[in-house]
Design a protein around this ligand. Structure first.
Ligand SMILES: [Zn+2]
Ligand SMILES: [Zn+2]
Length: 288
């Protein structure tokens, strides 16, 4: 196949997102694109974990892309594979068959080329530091979850001549029409310190994946593969209701008593799921 008009990967873009845009540009399905790149189309939901190393180098070669193409994806997912050699419990997916993502409507709005950054595929990345808001897990209009490996031409926006990642794949409503779920209301923070701790740790975890090392108890460990020995990642493996945009939006309606009870329950969950206090991953870095 002679390739024309190959879309330029965006700096933080997930391989799944780029492959969707690539397939669209070539007038083929994502299944055909995967076959073309020598990846098993049956493993659609696991695609981001597969596009590293030789597979990615081959894609770059075939498409005439520079060695820096999908570099952030590569760094993050190479670390990810060291932690989870075969599984994908840290990623958002639907029974392994669909690669799902959460999204920040304000970030989508500011993208010149709508795409899915790799960190939006991680359960741990629940909070957008740039907009201080909780990511959306589903379309606020129709409630559907969104997939980063999708035949864009077949989505609702695609059928309407706008095959881009900036609108709901099912009902077509533009994401920019959703107000971001901000954590500051009337100049006051609405997240509890314990919630904030989990959100910030999720961000620090992604920074560690990018860097390929982590630091626990202030001690730098060079091999990310050993992270589970120091840090419990359970809070990053399961969606937590009390950290969802739906919950933060509905929170105001709860009575003080329910709120307090919930808070205690969450503190208990977070402390069990996270890690002993002394072993938190150290400081998150900017804009990752
Ligand atoms: Zn954002
Ligand atoms: Zn929708």
């Amino acid at each position: 196949m002679r390739l024309f008009n190959v879309p330029a990967p965006q700096p933080f873009e997930a391989a799944s997102s780029w492959i969707s845009r690539f397939a669209l540009s070539q007038g083929i399905s994502t299944g055909e694109a995967l076959e073309h790149f020598g990846a098993d189309p049956a493993l659609k939901g696991k695609i981001d974990g597969m596009v590293i190393g030789e597979v990615l180098r081959d894609i770059r070669r075939q498409c005439g892309l520079p060695p820096t193409a999908l570099l952030v994806h590569e760094r993050v997912m190479t670390s990810f594979r060291k932690i989870e050699p075969t599984g994908d419990s840290l990623l958002l997916h639907k029974a392994g068959s669909k690669a799902l993502f959460n999204f920040c409507p304000a970030c989508v709005k500011s993208m010149r080329t709508p795409h899915i950054p790799i960190h939006w595929r991680f359960i741990a990345w629940r909070w957008c530091p740039e907009h201080d808001s909780i990511l959306e897990s589903r379309c606020r209009m129709c409630g559907e979850r969104q997939s980063s490996l999708v035949d864009l031409a077949m989505t609702s926006p695609g059928k309407n001549g706008r095959p881009w990642f900036n609108a709901c794949q099912y009902c077509g409503v533009p994401f920019k029409s959703f107000a971001p779920c901000q954590l500051i209301k009337d100049e006051e923070r609405i997240d509890w310190p314990i919630q904030r701790k989990v959100l910030v740790q999720g961000r620090a975890f992604l920074a560690s994946l990018f860097d390929g090392y982590y630091s626990a108890n202030g001690i730098v460990k060079n091999d990310i593969a050993g992270i589970r020995e120091d840090i419990s990642l359970k809070a990053f493996e399961v969606p937590i209701d009390l950290l969802s945009a739906e919950w933060f939006r509905g929170d105001a309606d709860e009575s003080q008593f329910t709120r307090m009870k919930r808070r205690w329950r969450f503190r208990w969950i977070a402390n069990r799921y996270l890690t002993p206090k002394s072993k938190l991953i150290d400081a998150a870095r900017e804009n990752r």
